[in-house]
Design a protein around this ligand. Structure first.
Ligand code: AMP
Ligand code: MG
Length: 420
């Protein structure tokens, strides 16, 4: 599968006259404008977990491949209509898993069979070992028992040639189980998306170094790196760029050379020291998306030498939320996966709030005693709100009055592909 054409420079342009872009419109634009950035390769099943399927897969063989027994017992032909005891002579030999009974079981006879063994020719029904009285060379069985009972029919789960997994699916343990079952030993997957991460700001320092007056530790780059790792992307660490044009340009050059996409944080507004915005402006590709969302500052989107740039807010809480809401589906699509909306649940609120109209809000939230509670401080400066919370409550764009018990939309962090 070939690489798609490079992104157009104007791929993030907004329609003229747009002031505030609603979240859903921003997402629809990203979905429409961004496309796959990775090529396909074939990997053995053992290396397929976490990868995105490049081509739909069909079963090489049926599952089960042949009728087999679901229990340990005795197999005979036809069911039993009544509770009357019936005596059946046993053939010698037995059917065991992987060691089939050779030959035909004559009419009226039964054969001992073990779980997973192929049902021999001439019989089709299995009675549980516990439900028979065994005599010398014979068994006594009582019905009723349906014909085919305690067996698994050939192909009852999957037929040969049936499509089992769609292209664009991320392969997890469940998919691995099905692929292996159906005889698929290698799959065509996309190579992992290479995502670069860059922090910007003269005040931003590596965590762990002593801070001078006015400096802060870099929270965003470690956080974004961890998110990318959870999503299965390969990381290109661009470090911290100073607030100079040359520093930002150097970092973006490296991103364009080594990565398929770059996530930056800070420097994306239009202040004096917002060199990211300036650098992207110079390419003509810069679009400052003022998304009607809280928490969030404008998203600076652009294309640097063919490489899409996601300029996230500098504030770590806003950067975290904007990455989950906007970058996650966009990155998935660039990685060849389908665009997905996070799974959410309507749950009663444990809080009260008078939400004004005009922008969507994401509150740091968690479920306790069946209701969603939210972090006491809504300000986005509180990084502890991220560890306190286990998901987000999404409040709609329009105004709404929330009282304890009002249904609200809760999105657990696991819906964004995050583990703990
Ligand atoms: P800026 O968008 O560059 O004006 O940054 C907005 C706020 O986020 C400022 O208070 C910055 O100090 C802070 N900030 C920017 N980058 C980071 C970072 N990587 N880690 C933690 N805070 C940051
Ligand atoms: Mg800055």
């Amino acid at each position: 599968m070939t690489m798609p054409p490079p992104l157009r420079n104007d791929c993030f342009a907004l329609p003229p006259g747009v002031d505030w872009t609603p979240v859903d419109e921003a997402l629809a634009l990203l979905k429409e404008r961004l496309s796959r950035r990775v090529e396909a390769e074939t990997v053995p099943l053992a290396h397929a977990a976490g990868r995105v399927l490049a081509q739909s897969v069909s079963a090489i063989r049926a599952h089960p491949p042949w009728r087999n027994s679901a229990v340990d017992g005795y197999s005979f032909a036809g069911g039993l209509d009544t509770t009357d005891p019936r005596t059946m002579p046993l053939v010698s030999g037995r059917a065991a898993a992987g060691v089939p009974f050779i030959g035909n079981v004559p009419e009226g006879y039964a054969v001992q069979i073990l779980t997973g063994a192929m049902v021999p020719s001439g019989v089709d029904t299995v009675v549980l070992q516990e439900d028979v009285s065994r005599g010398e060379g014979e068994i006594v069985v009582r019905g009723p028992l349906k014909r085919g009972a305690n067996t698994r029919a050939a192909g009852e789960d999957v037929t040969e040639g049936q499509k089992i997994i769609e292209a664009g699916t991320r392969i997890g343990p469940a998919q691995i189980a099905l692929l292996a079952t159906c005889g698929v030993a290698a799959v065509s997957v996309f190579r992992p998306l290479r995502a670069a991460v860059l922090s910007t700001g003269d005040e931003v320092r590596e965590p762990g170094v002593a801070l001078e007056t006015g400096q802060i530790a870099d929270a965003n780059r470690p956080m974004l790196s961890a998110l990318l790792a959870q999503w299965g992307y390969s990381l290109v660490d661009l470090g911290i760029a100073a607030d100079t044009e040359i520093s930002v340009r150097d970092a973006l050059d490296r991103a364009a050379a080594e990565a398929d996409v770059v996530l930056t944080s800070g420097g994306a507004s239009s202040g004096d020291e917002d060199h990211m915005a300036r650098a992207l402006n110079a390419t003509g590709s810069m679009a400052l998306w003022r998304v009607a969302v809280k928490p969030g500052r404008p998203l600076a989107l652009g294309v640097w030498d063919g490489c899409p740039v996601f300029g996230l807010p500098g504030n770590p809480v806003a950067a975290f939320v904007c990455t989950l809401i906007f970058a996650r589906p966009a990155l998935a699509q660039m990685a060849g996966a389908r665009w997905t909306e996070p799974l959410s649940f309507l749950v009663p609120a444990a809080f009260a709030k008078n939400k004004k109209a005009g922008r969507r809000e994401y509150l740091r939230a968690r479920m306790r005693h069946g209701s969603a509670e939210v972090f006491a401080s809504e300000g986005s400066g509180r990084v502890t709100s991220l560890t306190w919370s286990e998901g987000l409550v999404e409040l709609p764009d329009h105004g709404t009055q929330i009282a304890p018990g009002t249904p609200v939309k809760f999105i657990p962090y696991s819906s964004f592909g995050l583990g703990t």
